[in-house]
Design a binder for this molecule. Structure first.
Ligand code: V3L
Length: 85
């Protein structure tokens, strides 16, 4: 069930939720036992590494963010850069 878990990526002072589509991609890929998931986010390719739990920008691997998989009700800054009101 893809709604039981939410994936988060690191922001400056808190966590952002991945958008719903990316969350489903991450959850399906993670659950299938694969080690990583490629995402296209606003025209940029990212790899989420499930072993190290980081997101890496493909074109510049120095651009890294921690990620986490947790319950959907944790405090967050918002969804995919759209701030909570
Ligand atoms: N989903 C959406 N946008 C992303 C994601 C993602 N998984 N990963 C990176 N970006 P980088 P604060 C973030 C955006 O890692 O104030 C937030 O969503 C990223 O957006 O260097 O620091 C906010 O919109 C950034 O604009 O490749 O917490 C914004 O940062 C850009 O891709 C500010 O958040 C480069 O990220």
């Amino acid at each position: 069930d893809t709604e039981k878990y939410q994936w988060y990526y690191e922001g400056r002072n808190g966590w952002w939720k991945y958008d719903e589509r990316s969350n489903m991609d991450l959850e399906n890929t993670y659950s299938s036992g694969e080690t990583e998931c490629l995402l296209l986010l606003a025209g940029t390719i990212y790899c989420v590494d499930f072993h190290n739990m980081i997101q890496i920008r493909r074109s510049d691997p120095t651009k890294r963010r921690k990620v986490k998989r947790d319950i959907p009700t944790l405090p967050s800054k918002g969804i995919a850069g759209i701030k909570n009101v």
